[in-house]
Design a protein around this ligand. Structure first.
Ligand code: C2E
Ligand code: MG
Ligand code: MG
Length: 527
C-alpha cells in the first residue's frame, strides 16, 4: 500500500473516529430519552386509568345504591336525600330520577328531557353509560351519565383526568370502544383510535405515546417532540464526555496505526511480503584476459511507485528487524532464475551473492540455495558467497556456516576486506577462498606513496593467505595497471561497468565470450 493511500485511509479513519462516537452519543441519548419518557408515560397512564376506573366504580356503586333504596321519587325529602348523596360523593355531580311523567335531580324538580341521552355502552352489571350527556340547559357542559332503572348520576369527565401532569405531557381518557371523554384535544382522538386498533405505544404525528387500559376505559399519555428534543439535549450532554473520550481514544489508536503503517519497517515488511526486490548485476572482469567471468548480485528494492532504493538504505533495517532472511531467499531465487541457464551452460562463469551477518550466523539460506542449484544443474563452485568482516563478529556459528557451505562446494569470499577489525590470525583460521579488496584501498592507488604501500600490503597479505584476489571499485586505468602489476586476478568497478539489470548483463557477458561458445549458448540465453 503506498503512502498516499495509507494517508487517505488514515484520514477516513480519523473522520470516522470522530463521527461514529458522536453519532453513537446521539443515538444513546435518543434511546435514553425515549426510555425515560416511555417510563414516565407508562406510569402516568397507569395511574390515570386506575383513577378513571375508581371514579367510575364509585359513581356506578352510588347509582345502584340509590336505585335499590325505597325512595319515593321526586318528593322534597327524596330530592333532599339525593342532594346529600351528590354532595357526599366525590365523583358524582348530581343524582337524578326520570320517568315518563315526572323527573327531578338533586337540584330540584324538572320536567322529562325531550331527547334521550345517546347510549354508548352498558356495563356487565347493567349500568347504561352515555359519555356526552347534555342537559337541556345549554350552559351546562356535557357530562358522563350513568343510568340504572329510573335513576341516573352525572359525572364530570374532567374527574377522569385529574392526575398531576408533568409539563408537556398530554392525557386523554376514552372508552374501550375508542371514544374520547370530555372536550376534544388535538391529536388525542386519533391516538385513541390508533390504540383501539393495535399498538399500545409508539411514535406518531410528532408525539411519543403509551396507553393503559383498566375496566371500561383506556388512557393515553403522550409527550410532544419538542419536549423529547429538550430532554434529548440534556441526555446528550450527559453522554458527551464519554463520546469524546472514546473519540479521543480512537483518534490515538488511529494515529498509532497511521504512524506504524507509514514507518519504514512496515514498508519493508510489505516489500518482503510482496517480493518487491530485484537484482542488478555488476560484471567481474578477469584482469589478464579482460573477459567478464561473472557478476556480483546486488539487490535493489523497487517500490510500487517505481522508485529504486539501494541496499545501504534498507539492509541495516532488514538486519535489525529480522527481515533479512526473507530478502536473502528472494535474492537467491531471483539470481538463479535469472542466470541459472547460463551458469549451467558455461561452467567458467560464477555469480557472487552477498550474505548478511544473520545469514552467516544461522545458515538458514543454505538448504534453499542447495535446492536451487540442484534444480538448475548449477555447480556449487559457480556460486561465490560474500561474507563481510562484520558478519564474523560471532565467530563460532559463523565458522560452522562457512564450513557447511564450503563442504557443499560453494566458494567463500571475504567482502570489504580491511574495513573491519578481524585479526589476521583469525582470518587464517577461517576456511576462506577469496578476498575482495575494499574500494577504500583501491582508491589509494596513485595517491601519496605511503598510502599506496598500504594497498600493496593488503595484496601481499591476501596472497600470503593463498586467497583469490578481487579488487572492488576500480574506476581508473591507473588503478587497473597497478592491480595487474601486483597480480590481482579479478576486478570490478565503474571502469568496466556499473551494476545493470539481467538483460543488459547477459548481453555484456555474451559479448565478451569467445565466438564459438557464444554461438552454442545463444539457444540457452533466449530460453
Ligand atoms: P558490496 O558488496 O561491497 O558491493 C559493492 C558496492 O559498491 C555496490 O553498491 C556497488 O554498486 C558499488 N560499486 C561497485 N563498483 C563501484 C565503483 O567503481 N565506484 C563506486 N563508488 N561504487 C562502486 P550497492 O549496490 O549500493 O551495494 C552496497 C552494499 O549493499 C554492498 O556492498 C553489500 O554489502 C550490500 N548488498 C548488496 N546486495 C546485497 C544483498 O543481496 N544482500 C546483502 N545482505 N547485502 C547486499
Ligand atoms: Mg559484496
Ligand atoms: Mg564490498
Amino acid at each position: 500500500m503506498n503512502s498516499s493511500r495509507i494517508s487517505s485511509q488514515g484520514m477516513l479513519l480519523a473522520l470516522l473516529s470522530v463521527i461514529v462516537p458522536l453519532v453513537l452519543t446521539f443515538a444513546g441519548g435518543w434511546l435514553l430519552t425515549t426510555y425515560v419518557a416511555n417510563e414516565r408515560l407508562h406510569t402516568l397512564a397507569q395511574i390515570a386509568s386506575q383513577r378513571a376506573s375508581a371514579t367510575f366504580e364509585q359513581a356506578s356503586q352510588t347509582l345502584k345504591n340509590v336505585a335499590l333504596t325505597d325512595l319515593q321519587p321526586c318528593t322534597p325529602e327524596s330530592i333532599e336525600q339525593m342532594r346529600m348523596i351528590a354532595m357526599n360523593t366525590f365523583s358524582v355531580e348530581s343524582v337524578g330520577y326520570e320517568e315518563d311523567v315526572f323527573a327531578c335531580t338533586s337540584w330540584g324538580a324538572t320536567s322529562p328531557r325531550a331527547t334521550k341521552w345517546p347510549e354508548d355502552f352498558v356495563t356487565e352489571d347493567g349500568v347504561k353509560v352515555s359519555i356526552e350527556a347534555y342537559d337541556d340547559n345549554p350552559l351546562i357542559k356535557p357530562m358522563l351519565a350513568l343510568q340504572f332503572a329510573a335513576f341516573n348520576v352525572l359525572v364530570d369527565p374532567e374527574q377522569f383526568r385529574e392526575v398531576d401532569l408533568d409539563e408537556g405531557i398530554k392525557l386523554a381518557v376514552g372508552t374501550r370502544q375508542g371514544r374520547l371523554l370530555g372536550p376534544a384535544r388535538p391529536n388525542m382522538a386519533s391516538f385513541l383510535a390508533l390504540v383501539h386498533q393495535g399498538p399500545t405505544h409508539g411514535l406518531k404525528d410528532g408525539f411519543l405515546y403509551t396507553s393503559a387500559a383498566q375496566g371500561n376505559f383506556t388512557v393515553i399519555a403522550a409527550i410532544p417532540r419538542q419536549e423529547l428534543l429538550r430532554s434529548l439535549w440534556k441526555h446528550v450532554l450527559y453522554l458527551l464526555p464519554v463520546g469524546l473520550i472514546v473519540s479521543a481514544a480512537l483518534l490515538l489508536a488511529n494515529l498509532r496505526w497511521w504512524r506504524r503503517k507509514l514507518s519504514p519497517l512496515n514498508a519493508l515488511e510489505q516489500a518482503v511480503r510482496r517480493n518487491e526486490f530485484l537484482v542488478h548485476y555488476q560484471p567481474i572482469i578477469e584482469i589478464e584476459t579482460h573477459r567478464c567471468i561473472g557478476a556480483e548480485a546486488l539487490v535493489r528494492w523497487q517500490k510500487t511507485d517505481g522508485t529504486i532504493v539501494y541496499p545501504d538504505h534498507f539492509i541495516p533495517l532488514a538486519e535489525s528487524s529480522g527481515l533479512i532472511e526473507g530478502i536473502t531467499n528472494q535474492v537467491i531465487q531471483t539470481v538463479l532464475n535469472d542466470l541459472g541457464t547460463i551458469l549451467a551452460s558455461d561452467r567458467s562463469m560464477h555469480v557472487a551473492l552477498n550474505l548478511a551477518a544473520a545469514d552467516v550466523c544461522t545458515g538458514h539460506f543454505l538448504p534453499k540455495l542447495l535446492e536451487e542449484v540442484q534444480r538448475l544443474d548449477v555447480l556449487p563452485g559457480q556460486i561465490w558467497l560474500e561474507v563481510t568482516e562484520r558478519s564474523l563478529l560471532d565467530p563460532a556459528p559463523a565458522k560452522i556456516t562457512i564450513e557447511r557451505a564450503r563442504n557443499a562446494g560453494f566458494i567463500i569470499a571475504l567482502d570489504d576486506f580491511g574495513t573491519g577489525y578481524s585479526s589476521l590470525q583469525y582470518l587464517q583460521q577461517l576456511p576462506l577462498d577469496a578476498l575482495k579488496i575494499d574500494r577504500s584501498f583501491v582508491e589509494q592507488v596513485g595517491a601519496a606513496t605511503e598510502k599506496t604501500l598500504l594497498v600493496t600490503h593488503v595484496i601481499q597479505m591476501g596472497r600470503a593467505l593463498e586467497l583469490t584476489l578481487i579488487a572492488e571499485g576500480v574506476e581508473t586505468t591507473g588503478q587497473l595497471d597497478y592491480l595487474r602489476a601486483n597480480q590481482v586476478r579479478y576486478a570490478q568497478g565503474w571502469l568496466f561497468a556499473k551494476a545493470m539489470d539481467c538483460a543488459q548483463f547477459k548481453k555484456l557477458y555474451w559479448a565478451s565470450r569467445p565466438l564459438a561458445l557464444r554461438h552454442s549458448d545463444d539457444v540457452n540465453v533466449s530460453s
